[in-house]
Design a protein around this ligand. Structure first.
Ligand code: FES
Ligand code: FES
Length: 158
């Protein structure tokens, strides 16, 4: 059995026919070509699969695609401008060494985007708490935290 599932993906309406057991992560990657969203642990532990669902961070590996019906999904592909220019956060990750192998980066950017939407001037501890569901094996986190705070300052200054 398959269910027609419709939602907005990075601002564009999409409709897919999915089996009820398939995760949002797999439908995004395999049916909709959004391979920026990564598959790590598939058990809500690493944050590599994180997307925004109605503006809130969500591990897409642990969420059924059919549950997204009628909702708004944002992946890392939706964070840059339509002309491809990078967001302040994306630029800051590059500038501050917040990216090494890059596997955690989409999930980090999603969590950080949600954080800055609710807190334009987060303290270091707040950034670390907001990113606590995102694991990184490479950077030691310091560059990521600096990047988030630097982007916040840039956004505040307009
Ligand atoms: S792949 Fe979803 S949390 Fe790790
Ligand atoms: S940059 Fe490699 S896991 Fe974070």
């Amino acid at each position: 059995m398959r269910y027609e599932t419709s939602f907005r993906l990075n601002g564009t309406p999409v409709s897919v026919s999915v089996e009820p057991s398939r995760t949002l992560l797999h439908v995004l990657r395999e049916d909709l070509g959004m391979t920026g969203t990564k598959e790590g642990c598939t058990d809500s532990e690493c944050g590599a699969c994180m997307v925004l669902l109605d503006g809130e961070p969500l591990n897409a590996c642990s969420y059924l695609a059919v549950q997204a019906d009628g909702r708004e999904v944002t992946t890392v592909e939706g964070l840059s401008a339509p002309d491809g220019s990078l967001s302040a956060l994306q630029r800051a990750f590059l500038a501050h060494g917040g990216v090494q192998c890059g596997f955690c980066t989409p999930g980090m950017l999603i969590s950080a985007t949600a954080l800055l939407a609710r807190d334009p001037d987060p303290a270091e501890e707040t950034v670390r708490a907001a990113l606590s569901g995102n694991l990184c094996r490479c950077t030691g986190y310091q560059g990521i935290v600096q990047a988030v705070r630097s982007a916040a300052a840039e956004i505040r200054e307009g």
